[in-house]
Design a protein around this ligand. Structure first.
Ligand SMILES: [Zn+2]
Length: 747
């Protein structure tokens, strides 16, 4: 299946019976956990060297039938990748109950005592100096680290986003990292003049030497050394005491200085120095200050080129306020504060890295190290996207450009091979979506309010449930409201408004959302905006009316009744005359000439339809303008009731001419009305047609008690003129208030 896949990882051969798993292949274009195959060892099965076999489900590695490769899961991948995880993914781990008293095993973190802390009343008023460590801390935590080209692409993106300090590698740990650093330095035009390349090295002279060598010729370089200062690490990992730790830090700083800023051969490079008392948050605050004082004295920073003291929460161990206390303590107790940049490096073990970074900035820190979307060891480094956009939504520009957040997500996912969580703050696929009806309704109202107030994209933001204007990070409004069976009328109306520029009246929202609900229930899934739009166009015959279409018409004043005599010298007013509709409509493909009278255009057409046996009464009418001034059209919504029944249908009409829009809407309703009546024979046959001899008002039918049996005799009274007072006044009221009783139509 994948005979020519690029090899991304060579496994130490693991014995599986007489078969040795030798190489693990992954297709380059997919995430490693989505697919993959293993080939058998060529030594064992030379004839099967290129055959792919399914990845076995550890821990049952013995049987490896030659079947079609199956999809890999994350579990498979991690099982293969690390002996440590391999061991921890034991097949039948004994299940230990959680301890009844966990205090026996886990000690409460002892916070330092800082009673006069100042940070709780501070605010964050400017962005920090940002340091992206995606290519170092992030990369070293990946199952499958980035190759040189991926790091390259990633670096370019970081520069484009606006990062000025980028930790690019751990050169002494891998040739790939060393070569990558050289490539950056040696390729002219790639590293802008104002961007610092940062590299990390442990406190060992030969490694520092190699690290510095990787940067030779760089314009701006930050050498970053680290040394653990916590008792846990000193004792368990390094077997060193405080004095030895401090002496080593000083010695390595002196050495670093001698081969960087004090070395005449390095004069082409502007050198800065960063020192991290690793595990700072688990160290004695006094000792952290003591070590940093000694390191500072060894480096001799200036105000213009301050030393960076990076104070990591290597493992997050306490509530974020405790970290803030530790940072405030450090800032207040270190000398020559103006020659120091205090940097944060929070990890997210307790899920509070963002909070820790924010509180610690309030406590005085100047700089934050993190990664895009929080990749990093274990639960990750602090997420730079969240931090930056948290500032943005407080009105502070982070100086990082996330206008096109999707491109950032695409890059991060393809390089890290870890998906961004759908609910990750700001970037997650679902975070600007609303499924629930009440949320959709509120959001829709929020946008309508903005429109009504004439707001622009820069106007103050206040929309329910949306802390950020999705457009500011390159997300479209269409994606905000998603419609599934949980959704209500508001969401559906929103989609129609966005897609068709139609502002549906409430009653129509309710009616149409029932149609949508039926569809989502039937399909058992979410409906796409395009599907909802299509459903609407079909339900209300917007594209094509299958039953009725208006071919031609004329609306005139009905002069069969004399108007009041004019005053001498004045034109006779037709103000109180009824309107006469004459026209041709096509019903099921056959043209019919019809005529009717009424107080206005709609009631005149309704009257004409009535004579065909379609007895509808207008119950509600709404209209609004669509489009800009150059291309303005009218959208008309008419709700009709069938005479003598509770059945209600909506019709929608759109036209440049408001009168014609309303006539189309009435025909749309008539079509739905006929289609929705099971008793209506299809095709509908009008009782009368081609009757251009307009009957007198008295000859119109009045009330159809049974709409399925249309009246055609001309003996009834005109509904609009002398019929049911309640019906008449409604149509009349609507037409008068809306000015639809217009003159000549058909333009
Ligand atoms: Zn870290």
């Amino acid at each position: 299946m994948h005979p020519k896949l690029p090899r991304s990882r060579r496994l130490a051969a693991k014995s599986a019976g007489h078969v040795q798993l030798h190489d693990l292949f992954f297709p380059a274009h997919t995430h490693p956990w989505t697919s993959g195959v293993i080939t058998r060892s060529t030594r064992c099965f030379p004839s099967l060297a290129t055959a792919s076999i399914p990845l076995f489900i550890w821990p049952q590695p013995v049987s490896l039938p030659l079947e079609a490769p199956r999809r890999l899961t994350a579990f498979d991948y991690y099982s293969f990748s690390s002996p440590f995880l391999y061991a921890s993914n034991s097949p039948n781990p004994p299940i230990m109950p959680m301890l009844k008293d966990p205090s026996v095993k886990y000690k409460k973190f002892t916070p330092l005592k800082l009673d006069d802390r100042q940070w709780p009343s501070k605010t964050i008023d400017k962005p920090p100096r940002w340091l992206s460590t995606d290519l170092r801390d992030g990369n070293q935590s990946l199952v499958d680290p980035m190759d040189s080209n991926q790091k390259w692409e990633y670096f370019l993106k970081l520069v484009q986003l606006g990062y000025k300090e980028i930790e690019v590698s751990f050169p002494s740990a891998s040739q790939t990292d060393f070569d990558f650093t050289r490539r950056l330095v040696e390729t002219s035009g790639v590293v802008p003049d104002d961007v610092w390349l940062q590299v990390l090295s442990p406190c060992r002279k030969e490694l520092i030497r190699r690290t510095v060598d990787s940067l030779k010729g760089a314009k701006k370089a930050i050498l970053h050394l680290y040394l653990a200062t916590s008792p846990c690490f000193q004792q368990i990992v390094f077997n060193m005491n405080n004095a030895e730790t401090k002496a080593l830090a000083v010695e390595c700083t002196r050495y670093a200085r001698s081969i960087t800023k004090d070395d005449p051969e390095q004069a082409a490079t502007e050198w800065a120095y960063e020192f991290s008392p690793e595990t700072f948050s688990d160290s004695s605050p006094e000792f952290a200050v003591e070590v940093c004082e000694a390191v500072k004295a060894a480096w001799e920073p200036t105000v213009d080129n301050p030393i960076i003291f990076n104070l990591p929460a290597t493992v997050e161990m306490s509530t974020p306020n405790v970290y803030a206390d530790q940072i405030e303590y450090f800032c207040r107790n270190i000398s020559e504060r103006e020659k120091i940049a205090v940097s944060l490096h929070p990890h997210n073990d307790r899920g509070c890295a963002v909070a820790a970074a924010e509180l610690a900035q309030m406590a005085g820190a100047d700089r934050v190290e993190g990664t895009l979307f929080g990749n990093g060891e274990r639960t990750g480094n602090v997420d730079l996207v969240t931090l930056a956009l948290n500032l943005y939504t407080q009105g502070i520009h982070p100086q990082i450009d996330f206008s096109d957040l999707k491109s950032v997500i695409d890059l991060v996912e393809s390089c890290n091979k870890i998906p961004v969580h759908p609910r990750a703050p700001y970037g997650g696929q679902l975070v600007v979506c609303a499924f629930s009806g009440s949320h959709q309704d509120a959001i829709k109202k929020g946008f309508q309010t903005r429109k009504r107030l004439g707001y622009t994209s820069e106007s103050p933001w206040q929309v329910p449930y949306l802390p950020l204007d999705p457009q500011d990070i390159g997300r479209t409004y269409e994606a905000i409201i998603r419609v599934n069976s949980q959704s209500g009328k508001g969401g559906v109306a929103w989609i129609i408004q966005r897609q068709l520029d139609l502002d549906l009246p409430r009653g129509l929202q309710v009616a149409f959302s029932r149609i949508v609900q039926r569809e989502t229930d039937m399909l058992g899934r979410e409906l796409l905006p395009t599907e909802i739009t299509k459903l609407f166009e079909e339900a209300y015959h917007l594209k094509r009316n299958p039953r009725f279409s208006l071919i031609d018409y004329d609306i005139t004043a009905d002069r069969s009744k004399s108007p009041a005599p004019p005053e001498p010298g004045k034109t006779a007013s037709n103000r109180y005359l009824k309107r006469l509709f004459k026209g041709v409509i096509e019903i099921d493909g056959i043209e019919h000439e019809i005529a009717g009278t009424g107080n206005g255009a709609i009631s005149a057409l309704a009257d004409a339809l009535k004579r065909l046996g379609i007895d509808l009464d207008v119950a509600d009418y709404k209209e609004h303008a669509m489009g800009g001034s150059a291309n303005v059209r009218a959208a008309t919504y008419i709700e009709c009731t069938a005479a003598g029944s509770n059945q209600r249908v909506w019709g929608v009409g759109i036209h440049e001419d408001v009168v014609q829009a309303s006539l189309i809407a009435l025909l749309s309703a008539a079509s739905s009305f006929l289609s929705s009546r099971p008793s209506t024979p299809i095709p509908f046959r009008p009782k009368r047609s081609n009757t251009l001899d307009v009957p007198s008002l008295e000859s119109s039918p009045t009330s159809a008690t049974n709409p399925a049996q249309p009246h055609a005799n001309g003996d009834n009274k005109n509904a609009a003129g002398h019929g049911d007072q309640k019906k008449k006044s409604l149509v009349e009221r609507l037409e008068e208030s809306l000015g639809v009783n217009g003159g000549a139509g058909g333009n």
